[in-house]
Design a protein around this ligand. Structure first.
Ligand code: WQD
Length: 338
């Protein structure tokens, strides 16, 4: 009998790739998504890759009666909570939206899970909870001091989860702190397709490569890094998805709270990513240095040892694979999910 998992935000970039890995690991899944930054077509592609139909419902996690209906209709073994909003700059302008969609929605979900006795949760958190004071490489036990609304909205949910486990040790919770996922499923059927303005580096590079953007703006060339451009811990989205499945499987046997970085454990600069992309795809990417982007940190990457020690998980795909898979998705879907 397959275990059934509720995946919130399952039509999103991380959620859709994780759904593919969950199906490959022989779970049944039910997706709930409000499609604010994704489309139902994504789930058709996930089913196509998996060769299995998946059940999905459109809805907002703040809708308690919808959640209760889902938990009445399905017997969930656990929840993978990927739903949320994640644009750092937008969060600074619209804090209430971020606290409603990231914190309030999580509280409603946890409440209904508790009502129904479903106490196994994998939560999508972020490396931005560490903030600029943290020493690099970021270790999970470092004190948290997020310097953005987005980071604080994620840290608040982490605090709630800590308190929940303190109050009831029957909860099995994994907090996964995402670094910078990039790339796409090797089939080219699913990938990163942000609705609205593009924020992240790799989608911008792909837009330039496909001719939809004239050049890449490199935010800052005066950081204290080897080549002066920002350094981040990029990992393949398929590796990240595999990390979620490992975390879910770990929670089958362990109660309490586990916090893990999902990163490669090394950084790459903007210029290194750009050069890797050009080398892999054989396309020159015009670029121009522009002033730093507000809120950006110079350099951060993960200490990835705990995930390796506890889950036996490491991100293993190379930066070249990330670039090649991102480019294949872009070429096969010039207009994203239409
Ligand atoms: C990476 C680097 C930029 C675009 C991400 C997510 C955020 C959160 C944290 C999940 C930086 C530079 C970028 C461009 C550039 N993720 N850059 N030109 O800022 O690390 O944030 O991780 O919780 O939601 O966005 O990622 O891809 O925006 O930037 O030079 O056009 O690329 O300055 O150094 P970031 P990013």
């Amino acid at each position: 009998m397959r275990q059934k998992i509720l995946v919130t935000g399952g039509a999103g970039y991380i959620g859709s790739h994780t759904c593919v890995e969950l199906l490959a690991a022989d779970y049944d899944i039910v997706v709930v998504d409000n499609f604010s930054n994704s489309k139902p077509a994504v789930l058709d592609r996930v089913a196509q890759i998996a060769g299995r139909a998946i059940v999905w419902h459109e809805g907002d996690l703040r809708n308690r009666s919808l959640l209760r209906q889902l938990f009445d209709r399905h017997h969930f073994a656990g929840v993978l909570h990927c739903a949320g909003v994640k644009a750092i700059a937008e969060a600074q302008r619209l804090p209430l939206k971020y606290y409603q969609h990231n914190l309030e929605a999580s509280l409603t979900l946890l409440d209904v899970m508790a009502e129904r006795g479903v106490q196994r949760l994998v939560f999508s958190s972020s490396a931005t909870v560490y903030g600029e004071a943290a020493r690099v490489p970021y270790r999970e036990e470092a004190p948290l001091a997020p310097n953005t609304v987005y980071g604080r909205s994620k840290m608040m949910v982490e605090d709630v989860l800590h308190d929940l486990v303190q109050a009831d040790p029957a909860w099995h919770i994994a907090i996964l702190r995402y670094f910078n996922p990039v790339g796409a499923h090797p089939s080219g059927l699913i990938g990163e397709d942000p609705s609205g303005p593009i924020n992240n580096l790799m989608p911008h590079i792909c837009q330039v490569a496909i001719g939809k953007q004239a050049e890449l703006s490199i935010f800052g060339h005066d950081y204290p890094t080897p080549d002066g451009t920002g350094v981040r811990d990029y990992l393949h989205v398929m590796d990240m998805a595999a990390g979620h499945v490992k975390a879910l499987q770990y929670l089958s046997g362990e109660s309490g709270l586990l916090t893990l970085n999902l990163g490669m454990g090394r950084g790459h600069s903007v210029l290194e990513v750009l050069r890797a992309f050009e080398q892999v795809c054989g396309i020159r990417i015009p670029s121009r240095y522009v002033p730093r982007r507000a809120g950006d940190l110079a350099c951060y990457y993960a200490d990835a040892c705990r995930a390796a020690d506890v889950l036996g998980w490491r991100a293993k795909r190379s930066l070249f694979e990330m670039c090649a898979d991102a480019w294949r998705w872009q070429v096969q879907n010039p207009n994203g999910y239409e």
